[in-house]
Design a protein around this ligand. Sequence first.
Ligand code: SF4
Length: 154
Amino acid sequence: MEKILVSACLLGLSTRYDGKSVPCDAVIKLSDRYTLIPYCPEIYGGLPTPRTPSERVGKKVVMKDGRDVTENYNEGAEGALELCRMLGIRRAVLKSKSPSCGSGLIYDGSFSGTLVKGAGVTAELLLSSGIEVFSEDGLSELDGGDNNEGCIDN
Ligand code: SF4
């Protein structure tokens, strides 16, 4: 079976900044068709769970309390790319809106809940390296339309 990289929190692992997960049935169901490889770039990059939330501000990533965590995010992104290369992974399903995993829309760095066009650090690196990135809201190309409702926002 084709291997697909998946944000660990979407598979039910408690890797989020708030110490929770956001399991998505439509993503978990992909295991019928693919070998799912869970990965959390922020944990790999050395950040604890729970942790203070972060947002992208240009090329930097900062925590809500002002700490610069760009290095942690970059390390997490490099780890994802290394894993994809090691395992021959060409496609990924990454959690929407995250400063690491988001693709299409991310928070704008003001911690006000405002979304702007853009991608998280890991999604951006994978995309620029030729790896296709999907979010949990747009799985129809992967599941043949079986679960095209994706997951509600969480
Ligand atoms: S970095 Fe990605 S995998 Fe890790 S908790 Fe955030 S959204 Fe989930």
